[in-house]
Design a protein around this ligand. Structure first.
Ligand code: NAP
Ligand code: ZN
Length: 348
């Protein structure tokens, strides 16, 4: 019998279904992790649906993985059996290029190995993600997780957390900055928590007025409904930074006048956008992108969360409920991250 049970997408259209496959044996520098929880990222949906044209089926999504170490290779230095650990969006990189040497493995010049959907250099085929009972990962891509935090609510930090923490740090956001977080979903709710913890004045920019009270509970000082032109005009030329997490193709022109001169909107939503260059030219404004964060920064983010008592707001599901969860995420109906309890898969 294969050593790993999972749920996989078999094609772009049908529901995810049970799947079994073999993970590699534990290598010298590998750890084997018994997966306890895995978050459901919108990227899992993009990938299952082949939105990016790169999916090879069957594919097991999941890159917000939390679990305990079950076995370690002979040369593992930093972990032991029983440790609580996480795995995010990457499981390998070349370790030698200039990006890797700068702790930016996500930009590895040879191409990082994504947790799922990358060529698997050891087993052949493609790597398979965390909607599964166990995973084997080189220790250099494993993160240490504090036992102080609510474990299941830590899982989303491995992607939603680092993807919002990294740009806020890179653009030096802090006290005195007015920051707009666009889209209150998995990434957005972490963006609000981090920006508030870093001391910024945080405005939640949403298409869902009914999420306003939650946004404030999460740390937003103000809520701006992006479809209300009058309110958008009141905030013109006032923002130091915008973090755009919208997961569908959209027009960013209405948001650009919110920025002050020389300020930046960072896109993390992996989707096409419409932009009229006039909205950059007038005000010398910037558009940038950001991709997760390196391993060192991901550990820094997890340590920041332990220090500031930050976790995700999660709704727990069983593995068998994944297709309903996907549908609800696509309708922006999630508060604010689904997390799979992998016990449900182990017992099935
Ligand atoms: P999510 O939980 O579905 O949240 C997205 C939010 O965007 C929704 O809750 C909704 O918030 C808003 N939204 C949805 N449709 C919209 C529309 N048509 N116009 C304006 N706003 C809309 O998604 P997520 O997991 O946070 O992921 C967000 C995106 O980031 C995805 O594309 C994902 O693939 C990408 N991602 C990128 C990275 C990276 O490294 N760059 C990492 C992880 C994920 P409101 O109801 O508040 O409007
Ligand atoms: Zn993700």
């Amino acid at each position: 019998m294969p050593n790993t049970q999972a749920y996989a997408a078999y094609n772009a259209k049908d529901h995810l279904k049970p799947y079994a496959f073999d993970r590699r044996a534990v290598g010298e520098t590998d750890v084997q992790i018994d997966i306890e929880y895995c978050g459901v990222c919108h990227s899992d949906i993009h990938f299952a649906h082949n939105d990016w044209g790169m999916t090879e089926y069957p594919i097991v999504p999941g890159h917000e993985i939390i679990g305990r170490i079950k076995a370690v290779g002979d040369k593992v230095k930093n972990y032991k059996v029983g440790d609580l650990v996480g795995v995010g969006c990457m499981v390998d990189s070349c370790h030698t290029c200039s990006s890797c040497q700068k702790d930016l493995e996500q930009f590895c010049e040879q191409g990082m190995t994504m947790t799922y959907g990358s060529p698997d250099k050891i087993m052949g085929g493609v790597t398979q993600g965390g909607y599964s009972t166990q995973i084997v990962v080189d220790e250099s891509f494993v993160l240490r997780v504090s036992e102080k935090l609510d474990t299941k609510a830590v899982a989303p930090l491995l992607c939603a957390g680092i993807t919002t923490y990294s740009p806020l740090r890179n653009w030096n956001i802090g006290k005195g900055d007015k920051v707009g977080i666009i889209g209150l979903g998995g990434l957005g709710h972490m963006g609000v928590k981090f920006a508030a913890a870093m001391g910024a004045e945080v405005v939640m920019i949403t298409t869902s007025p009914e999420k306003g009270a939650d946004a404030k509970r999460l740390g937003a000082h103000e809520v701006l409904v992006s479809t209300n032109e009058e309110d958008m005009a009141k905030h013109a030329n006032s923002f130091d930074f915008l973090l755009n997490t919208v997961p569908v193709a959209h027009d960013i022109n209405p948001y650009m006048p919110l920025l002050k001169i020389d300020k930046t909107m960072v896109l993390v939503g992996a989707t096409p956008v419409d932009l009229n260059s006039m909205n950059l030219i007038f005000g010398r404004k910037h558009i940038a992108g950001s991709l997760i964060g390196g391993i060192k920064e991901t550990q820094e983010m997890l340590d920041f969360c332990a220090e500031h008592n930050i976790v995700s707001d999660v709704e727990m599901i069983n593995m068998q409920d994944i297709n309903t969860a996907f549908e609800r995420v696509m309708k922006a109906d999630v508060k604010y991250r689904f997390v799979i309890d992998m016990q449900s898969l182990k017992q099935a």
